[in-house]
Design a protein around this ligand. Structure first.
Ligand code: ADP
Length: 614
């Protein structure tokens, strides 16, 4: 996937700046929340502990009240009226007592007082053998009973029983028994509860709720198991709450004070802080991304401007300018870029001008070459007519048609005729050359027999060899096809040129002709070797140029115009072939002509001839 530089920069920015910010934010939030939660729980626990102390002190006060009554000297011996009035006084003074009564060592009631006034002898009898009498009587210690329910009101009660010790015998001879209500204990909590929406309640060892602000909770007989550890739990009312507990021991009984505060209230501060911190982080995030976007835009805009300019230039509109005016690196880049396009524009203009000049010059050169060629062709043609007349007349003179010539005259006329022939040959050559150069020659594409061609060439060699008594060697490749397509006459002209040079520049030894086929490369070659004077390396290329000979002296010693090889090379090229030379001074030379091997495909002749442009 190809991603734009903008996306990549943004991703990097977010990765580098926003990522860590988010991580720090989340960690900070979590930290703050945890600390505040711990604080809220600790606070609740403090309340539970404080209330426990209050409750313990309150109950201790009740016990002390009972103890001081017991210490009234001779309470047991007082008349019943006085006993009753003492008990009633305490009852009215302490509303925590539901009823108080005095029994002797056998469990017989002596006197009793009840808040409701419904205290009866039957009541007493039913509890005569109860623990609260027996315990203190036998052990002599203050006794705290488990919570029991008042049959009349349904209220939970706890009994405190204080022994009346006989100082002489050391054992108890009576017990002061008091039923204690939990309502006044509940009232101790109310001051705390009303201030902050929490509830405080008390649970006995059987998990029964014995003190609660809501009386119906108590009367229904609600049970609640306080958690072993302070924390956030489902509270008594069924919703999430922060719960903290503290146990107190009243006599042999254990109670638990539970403080319960709705989580939302207890953690309000934590949640508020959380919201504020998260909000702050979000604001910083938005600012960071905004600033980042602006920065990215500032980086990307000049790049995009440059890119679109470069694209326009690539599509050929060199007049486009990169529009970045800042003084930073981008501005510098744009200025360099613009300078570069200016330079290209300038260069392009120059090149166009040069091309135009070149075109004009070429046209002129072509025209003058054409005129030159035409002139040469015409001239040669015009020269041939009088030359033929001169040669014709010298023939007639030599044949004695004008009369017998003296030996001296004959000799001079022969020189005349000989030079006439040489001039004619030269003119023919020049004519050939101009024709080839002007592409005015036609190359035939006809089937011919290479064997027949070879035969004619060998015959010519034998004639030439007689003049200076040289050996003739020939090698004809049997692989040569029986028939090839091409211009037989032109090929012959090329080889005869090479052969006549070979004989011309060889005094002794041999001249060889070799024709080979190279089917793999679809070529065939004709090479002419001699054991003559050879060609110096520096002249190997020159000899193919018009009017070039190895040197002046050789031109004098060996007749010639320097046109033969130029014509040969041009002819070979026109036939899509190649010519090469290898030579060693004083040892001999080998000229090789390589031509395409065009075979006459049976039934395909016409097609092939057409393809050759015949
Ligand atoms: P020319 O009419 O002078 O032979 P060519 O173009 O045929 O013109 O040859 C150019 C020159 O190349 C010759 O004058 C000669 O110096 C050299 N040359 C050509 N063929 C041979 C050869 N077989 N051996 C030595 N020199 C050669």
């Amino acid at each position: 996937m190809r991603r734009s530089i903008r996306t990549r920069l943004l991703v990097t920015l977010i990765g580098l700046a926003v990522g860590p910010l988010l991580v720090v934010g989340v960690l900070l939030d979590w930290q703050i929340f945890t600390v505040q939660q711990q604080q809220a729980i600790a606070l609740q626990h403090e309340v539970a502990a404080r209330e426990s102390t209050l409750v313990a002190a309150f109950v201790q006060q009740l016990e002390n009240d009972l103890r001081s009554l017991v210490q009234v000297r001779g309470l047991k011996e007082l008349p019943l009226d006085q006993q009753k009035s003492l008990l009633s006084e305490l009852l009215s003074y302490r509303n925590a007592f539901d009823r108080i009564f005095l029994v002797d060592a056998t469990g017989q009631e002596q006197a009793g007082a009840s808040r409701t006034g419904l205290f009866t002898a039957a009541d007493l009898r039913s509890r005569a053998q109860a623990e609260e009498f027996v315990g203190p009587t036998t052990s002599g210690r203050v006794y705290y009973s488990a919570v029991h329910t008042d049959s009349a009101s349904g209220e939970p009660l706890m009994t405190i029983a204080v022994p009346l010790l006989n100082l002489r015998s050391g054992s108890a001879d009576g017990v002061l028994v008091a039923d204690v209500r939990f309502k006044p204990i509940q009232d101790l909590f109310s001051g705390v509860e009303t201030t902050d929406q929490g509830v405080i309640y008390m649970v006995d060892s059987t998990k029964r709720v014995v003190a609660h602000v809501d009386p119906s909770v108590i009367l229904k007989g609600t049970y609640f198991a306080p958690p072993a550890q302070d924390g956030i739990y489902t509270g008594l009312n069924g919703t999430s709450a922060v719960l903290a507990t503290n146990s107190i021991h009243l006599g042999e009984q254990t109670f638990t004070i539970v403080t319960e505060k709705p989580t939302a209230v207890a953690l309000a501060l934590a949640i508020n802080t959380l919201v504020i911190v998260t909000g702050l982080i979000l604001i910083v995030l938005v600012i960071a991304v905004g600033v980042g976007l602006l920065g990215v835009r500032q980086i990307v805009r000049p790049i995009q401007a440059l890119a679109s300019t470069a694209q326009a230039i690539q599509q050929g509109d060199l007049s486009q300018k990169a529009d970045v005016s800042s003084s930073d690196e981008f501005g510098q880049l744009a200025r360099t870029f613009n300078a570069m396009t200016d330079a290209i524009l300038h260069r392009e203009k120059e090149l166009r001008q040069q091309a135009e000049e070149l075109r004009v010059a070429t046209a002129k050169a072509k025209e003058s070459a054409r005129v030159k060629g035409e002139f040469l062709a015409n001239m040669s043609h015009e020269l041939r007519t009088p030359l033929n007349a001169i040669i014709g007349f010298s023939d007639m003179l030599l044949m004695g048609m004008v009369g017998e010539l003296t030996e001296q005259q004959k000799h001079k006329v022969e020189r005349l005729r000989e030079n006439g022939h040489r001039l004619l040959a030269l003119i023919n050559n020049v004519l050939d050359l101009t024709r080839i150069e002007a592409r005015r020659i036609e190359i035939a594409q006809k089937p011919f027999s290479p064997a027949a061609l070879a035969k004619r060439l060998i015959a010519q060699m034998e004639v030439l060899a007689q003049k200076n008594a040289l050996d003739v060697k020939t090698g004809i490749d049997p692989e040569l096809p029986a028939s090839l397509v091409g211009d037989e006459q032109r090929i012959e002209q090329v080889v005869v040129n090479l052969l006549s040079n070979a004989f011309k520049f060889t005094d002794q030894g041999s001249v060889a002709l070799e024709i080979t086929a190279n089917r793999a490369e679809h070529t065939w070659s004709l090479s002419v070797s001699d054991t003559g004077i050879g060609i110096p390396p520096h002249a190997l290329d020159l000899i193919f140029e018009e009017f070039r000979q190895v040197d002046g002296s050789s031109s004098r010693a060996y007749k010639g115009s320097g046109l033969g090889l130029a014509i040969t090379r041009n002819l070979v090229r026109v036939m899509d072939g190649q010519i090469s030379v290898k030579s060693e001074l004083g040892k001999g030379s080998t000229f090789t002509v390589t031509l395409p091997m065009l075979e006459e495909a049976p039934g395909n002749t016409v097609l092939q001839l057409e393809a050759m442009g015949a």
